[in-house]
Ligand binder design. Structure first.
Ligand code: PLP
Length: 456
């Protein structure tokens, strides 16, 4: 068999990829028609593909490479840890230093009394942990019937059976028997798309009050928890109206249900503070983290749990865990990532330099004839495409057609920007400099111009 390396021609790599590699969230027969773009190297905020093209990464991989690519410190730490202790588990009363140190560091960084960390290998696994943990918590409190978790339509919490059920993605629920029982969904706080004539503030309150209505409909004695992303990421970077989270917090407090903030994207600086919960004044009982925890250099996620929930769970054996919970190499890499973030002031950079510069350039795109709305917090932003028939105009073509055209033009102009139906989203590495932000937005603007010309 041919040795498969970076040196093979792109077409050959694409053919082998199409023959043997099943891709996530992809129409796999598409790879036979049009091969995958194959990324071979990356450095800083730039990717290189198998044709030698240099591409600016406006998505930080998949919302995760927050400190940028090619950080040798992380590679060195991983190599050292692999030699010292490549693997040991954290089951059955055993532990190891990387997991201990990382748990302690996360407890230091996390807001409030979120002092306890249950490790997982990903965000999906951590959210599955959350389902089991909150149900077990209520059982230990003598209320096993409190098992329903409420979340939002168009929320994203992962792709396993549990986390995919928590999420409210209709195309996912259309396959494979999701959602599992005892998950309920309310509408999302998407003012631009669904707010009609209401002010954003009134709409935010109305959408939050759906939580109250849902609790009363199901019965407070049946509801265990509410879960939400501080800002919906995969749903299209939906930034909630300012009234939304305070009202959700009030309702959770009033009815005594647990509040889970899924910070898999918003955690570790993305919104200009360490956690989105701080940006939005949310006081969660549990926080889900992954992605930026290791800047994507190693697969790791976790549930970060408050004192009272952790103390309750500690009353009994929690019959749950993953082979790779607290994996020593991933934990050591995450710890080094957090050290670099602190030493280099990455969160301050988002708040004071990169975020404000991106905001200036991003909101200026609102003048483009294809753009109906721009929104942004920290280093995550979205824009709604519009056919020019008013700010909230919808395209005659199927939803996502325009977004796909713009995304293809972005690809052609060597900038990675994703589309969620007809919203374009960015979530670049947090270390991006103003010059690099300019390069990203200039390329996106060219892509928008070309798409506009193509669609006329
Ligand atoms: N939660 C949120 C908010 C996410 O955005 C994601 C992934 O995009 C997940 C959970 C799932 O994380 P993973 O893909 O690591 O399982």
């Amino acid at each position: 068999m041919t040795k498969i390396t970076n040196h093979l021609p792109t077409a050959e790599l694409q053919a082998i990829d199409a023959a043997h590699h099943m891709h996530p969230f992809s129409q796999n027969d598409g790879f036979q028609r049009k091969g995958a773009r194959i990324i071979t190297r990356a450095d800083g905020v730039m990717l290189t593909d198998s044709d030698g093209e240099s591409i600016i990464d406006g998505m930080a991989g998949l919302w995760c490479v927050n400190i940028g690519y090619g950080r040798k410190e992380l590679a060195d730490v991983a190599a050292r840890q692999m030699q010292e202790l490549p693997y040991y588990n954290t089951f059955f009363q055993t532990s190891h230093v990387p997991a201990i140190a990382l748990a302690a560091r996360i407890a230091e960084l996390a807001p409030g009394d979120l002092n306890h960390v249950f490790f997982a290998g990903s965000g999906s696994e951590a959210n599955d942990t959350n389902i089991r943990m909150v149900r077990h918590y209520w059982a230990l409190k003598g209320k096993p019937e409190k098992s329903v978790i409420i979340s939002r339509k168009n929320g994203y919490h992962g792709s396993s059976m549990g986390s995919g059920s928590l999420g409210g993605m209709a195309p996912m629920h259309a396959q494979g028997g999701m959602p599992i029982p005892d998950i309920a969904h309310i509408d999302q706080p998407y003012w631009y798309g669904e707010g009609g004539d209401m002010t954003p503030e009134d709409f935010g309150l109305a959408r939050a009050r759906q939580l109250e209505a849902k609790i009363l409909e199901i019965g407070v004695d049946r509801v265990a928890a509410f879960i939400g992303e501080p800002v919906q990421g995969a749903g299209g970077v939906i930034i909630p109206p300012s009234t939304y989270w305070p009202e959700i917090q009030r309702i959770c407090d009033h009815y005594g249900i647990l509040l889970i903030a899924d910070e898999v994207i918003t955690g570790f600086g993305r919104t200009g503070q360490w956690f989105g919960s701080q940006t939005y004044g949310i006081r969660p009982h549990i926080m889900t983290i992954a992605k930026g925890l290791s800047s994507g250099y190693a697969p790791i996620g976790a549930s970060v749990v408050c004192d009272e929930v952790a103390a309750t769970i500690a009353q009994d054996e929690f019959n749950h865990g993953y082979t790779y919970s607290g994996h020593p190499v991933a934990a050591a890499v995450a710890l080094e990532n957090l050290r670099i973030m602190e030493e280099e002031g990455v969160v301050d950079h988002v708040r004071d330099v990169a975020g404000p510069h991106l905001a200036k350039r991003w909101h200026a795109l609102a003048d483009h004839p294809l753009v109906g709305e721009t929104s942004l917090i920290g280093m995550m932003g979205s824009l709604a495409l519009t056919p020019g028939t008013g700010a909230r105009g919808r395209f005659a073509a199927a939803p996502g057609t325009a977004g796909f055209i713009v995304r293809e033009r972005c690809f052609a102009n060597n900038v990675i920007v994703r589309h969620v139906y007809d919203r374009m989203v960015v979530s670049p590495p947090l270390v991006m400099t103003p010059d690099q932000i300019d390069m990203m937005i200039d390329r996106l603007t060219t892509a928008l111009d070309e798409a506009h010309a193509q669609m006329r």
